[in-house]
Structure formats: C-alpha cells, structure tokens
Design a binder for this molecule. Structure first.
Ligand code: SF4
Length: 363
C-alpha cells in the first residue's frame, strides 16, 4: 500500500519564511497545470494500491472543485484506492466557505489540514500570512462542523513569544483531532533567511516545544511535531515516517519506489514541459534504507519493534544497531522495553541527536 502525494504550487500571496515549491497567482489554477498532472499520473509506473491521497502545497484550496474532480478521476483511474482511503486537502483559512467544503466532501475529501499557524494577530502579521485570527477561527468552525478528521497546522518560535500558550489553548478549545506544530525556521534563499538573527534562542525554543505537548491536552504526541487523538494519526505521513513507498506528482514532488528516491522538476516551467521528468534520482542501498528506516521510526512514539525490523529486513536490529541504540538509551534519549525501542521525552526534545548518532552506523 502506498501513499499518493499531489503538489499544488499556487498561492495567493507568498509568505516570507516559506521554502516550499510555490508560485503566486491572482487567478485560478491554470488548465495546463491540471493537464500536466493528468499526464503525469496516467504515466506513473509503480505500485497501484494506495490507501492515502494528499493534496499539499502551495495552496490546494485554490483548485476549483471541477479541476479537483478531474485530478481525482485521474488518480482513481490509475490507482486502486482502498474503500477507506484517507483523502487530505491542505487549505488556507481564507478560502474556506460552506459551499467549498461541501463540494470537497462530495468529491470524497475526508480530511482537511488548515494552515492556521497562529491565533495571534501579531504573529500572523510577522509570518506574512494572508488570513487573520478571526478568519482562522471561522475556518476552524466550518471545517470542524463538517469533518470528523481534520488538522490544525501551527508554527511556534514566532514573536510575540508570550502569545504561544494562548494559541495552544485556543487550538485545544477548537478540539481538532490532529495538530501539527513545527518550529519557525529562517531558511537561506527566503526573505527570512536574511533575518536569521531574529530566530528564537534554543532554551525558549525547547520551552515552547514543551508547552505544546503540555497545553494540547486533547491530543497526544505521536511524532516529533505531530499530535492526534487515537485513530486520527495521519495515515499519509506515517508512510514517510515508516520509510514506506509513496508516489509524488507536481513540481518538486518526491517519490520513493523500488528503493529509488526521485524528485520532479522544481521549476514550474520545466515541470509543465515534461511532467514527471526527474531532476534528481537517488538509488538507495539496502544499508541506507535500513539506517533511514530506523531513524524515521525513532521520530515516532511507536518507535521500532525488533520483530518488525527482522520481518522487513531479515536481519537483527540488535546486530545492526545494538551499540548505537544502547548508547542513546544510556544518554536517556531512547527507552528499550525488550521488544520495542522508542524515544523518551528527552529523545523527542533532542530528536536530531538520535538521527546524527545513527546516520554514521554501518550496518
Ligand atoms: S501559503 Fe503556504 S506554500 Fe504558500 S507561500 Fe505561504 S507558506 Fe508557502
């Protein structure tokens, strides 16, 4: 079973911290882009059984329902989707209306991920978002009244820092069954890249991260930056975190099939000219796949089970990683219950250190 990702790169306005593949547009998603997606999906040469479809962006909520239907028909014609396939669409709060949400439901969308980022006006202005706090509240109410499964996306480490707890408390009141909360980064190549001196200091970052876990009491952390009620974990993202296969369509989209991680052209013009042509493709060795799989699993509260590793790779987790895993357990970053190894609270706080320690292990 694979996940299907579709990247819609268009946005009404460009946020200065954003390093995703995106393109500003005043109008609708252009027909040539929809045609390119159809062509690319029809030509996909790989596994066809899928249990998730995820429209990410950019701003997928800018697609007109008729165009969304066209793309979904292309997906359904090519892939065998499971009856309970998770079908997610990322949305900007400003785009949400009752009519649009009803149209999505008619087309089979069963999960909406709302790019709220903050419920604080100053934080939203700092981030250069096009919606305001009341727009975010209104969108949450509409989406929450129509979907059993929906997500609020948040960003911490954004001034004013003392507003973060109020945003978390309001998120808990909204009672969304899933929350993603990532720390703001000042990426080179974005306008924020030149303002890196404004970045939050490490202690305050960890304080805000700890507050996230403490104040989102309606959900539980199941991945470093993701929280859910039981049964509402993102099935699509679990494909990534378990290092499973996925297909990716649209500019800059990654796919991981048959041990090859490949990326579509990032530049929109190149993509439109040759949809599905790759700008990079990396064949991973069995060893690299094993290392990545363990690192990814240790981002998850479920961790990695010795039996699952043995079944997947026909090798022993102890034999391959025993030394490094015990050293991480001694440092208090991992817990080993004999069957499964998973991150402790400290292991969530300092998750990069787990990755760094394992990436150098030869297995
Ligand atoms: S709306 Fe999302 S994808 Fe578009 S510029 Fe802002 S952060 Fe980037």
């Amino acid at each position: 079973m694979i996940g299907v990702y579709i990247h819609i790169p268009y946005c009404r306005t460009i946020c200065p911290y954003c390093d995703f593949v995106k393109r500003p547009t005043k109008g609708a998603v252009p027909p040539e882009f929809i045609r390119a997606l159809q062509t690319e999906i029809a030509a996909f040469d790989g596994p066809r059984d899928a249990d998730t479809v995820f429209f990410g962006g950019g701003t997928p909520s800018l697609i007109a329902p008729g165009d969304l239907e066209t793309v979904l028909n292309a997906v359904r014609n090519h892939f065998a989707l499971t009856p309970d396939c998770e079908l997610t669409l990322e949305a900007n709060p400003d785009d949400i209306t009752e009519d649009l949400v009803r149209a999505w439901i008619d087309l089979g969308v069963n999960r909406v991920s709302l790019g709220v980022q903050s419920f604080n006006e100053d934080a939203l202005r700092y981030l250069g978002r096009r919606h305001d706090a009341n727009g975010a509240r209104r969108a949450c109410e509409i989406v929450g009244s129509h979907f059993a499964n929906w997500n609020i996306d948040l960003i911490f480490g954004v001034p004013p820092y003392d507003a973060w707890s109020a945003t978390l408390e309001e998120t808990a009141r909204m009672n969304s069954p899933h929350v993603s909360a990532y720390g703001l980064t000042y990426e080179a190549g974005t306008p924020f890249g030149k303002r890196a001196e404004e970045a939050i200091d490490e202690d305050l970052y960890l304080e805000q991260y700890a507050a996230t876990q403490a104040l989102l009491h309606h959900v539980a952390r199941y991945e470093v930056s993701n929280y859910a009620k039981p049964g509402h974990e993102s099935v699509h993202n679990l494909h990534y975190w378990r290092n499973e296969e996925y297909a990716g369509f649209g500019p800059g989209a990654y796919a991981f099939v048959n041990g090859v991680r490949a990326r579509n052209h990032v530049k929109l013009e190149d993509y439109l000219q040759a949809p599905g042509e790759k700008c990079e493709a990396l064949t991973l060795s069995d060893e690299e796949i094993r290392v990545e799989t363990v690192i990814q699993h240790l981002r998850l509260r479920e961790g990695i089970a010795r039996d699952d590793y043995a079944q997947r790779f026909d090798r022993s987790l102890q034999g391959d990683f025993g030394g490094a895993l015990s050293a991480l357990a001694t440092r208090g970053l991992l817990h080993d219950d004999g069957e499964t190894i998973y991150p402790t609270n400290r292991g969530f706080d300092l998750n990069n250190e787990i990755g760094l320690a394992l990436v150098t292990v030869s297995v």
